[in-house]
Design a protein around this ligand. Structure first.
Ligand SMILES: [Zn+2]
Length: 208
């Protein structure tokens, strides 16, 4: 794929989403950093081709250490394209739902998009986007829905197929789960990180 430059004015920090959650919007997609009580953090999604430098600079502003993992909501190119380069640089695993694995190991490509469905800029432009194959190699690890995930303590993995077969979202119940420093804890609201394409953060204040 030919190099495509992304200008800095197409990059928007989303620094105060919720306690323990930062974001970065790159053109039309978002990545998130989820921080944990022990000071570690996890990168959710890995954006567009050639965005690895932007994600690294943003991460280095906020954290002194590498993330404990890169976790993918799904395997579309606008969520995975910097994952391989970043994982090699940070020497961390990449987690995704097993049903996304064929799209992330170079076996399958996603079907061609239906330009008549859904509407919006992404749908209209989707025929020109690369669909794969993507191969994340030996760094790929299976993400088990419904089970506790050691790299994201306090979060639940929800398998929500539809957008893709192995699409996942992340749910954090309310509680005193986030510790901004070693001396205090902070009450946090229920929070969902859904597909980072649209309405990426869903606050579930009235949901039970
Ligand atoms: Zn997608």
């Amino acid at each position: 794929m030919d190099y495509v430059a992304i200008s800095e004015n197409q990059v928007t920090p989303l620094d105060a989403i919720e306690p323990g959650v930062l974001g970065l919007r790159i053109v039309f997609v978002n990545v998130f950093a989820v921080t944990h009580p022990d000071g570690s953090w996890t990168l959710i999604d890995a954006a567009l081709p050639f965005s690895d430098g932007m994600i690294r600079r943003w991460a280095e502003k906020h954290f002194t250490a590498s993330p404990n993992a890169i976790v993918l909501t799904h395997g579309h190119f606008d969520h995975v394209s910097a994952a391989g380069v970043l994982a090699e640089h940070w020497e961390v695993p990449i987690y995704a739902h097993p049903m996304e694995f064929p799209y992330l190991t170079g076996e399958w490509e996603y079907p061609a998009p239906n330009v008549g469905a859904g509407g919006g800029l992404m749908t209209l432009l989707s025929p020109v986007y690369p669909r794969g194959p993507v191969d994340l190699g030996g760094r790929l690890r299976p993400l088990a829905a419904g089970m506790s995930f050691a790299e994201m303590p306090g979060w639940q993995i929800l398998h929500i197929p539809g957008h893709t077969p192995g699409h996942v979202s992340f749910f954090r119940p309310a509680g005193r789960g986030f510790r901004p420093n070693l001396h205090s804890t902070k009450q946090v609201s229920r929070l969902m990180i859904a597909c980072a394409c649209y309405s990426p953060i869903v606050r579930l204040m009235d949901w039970c």
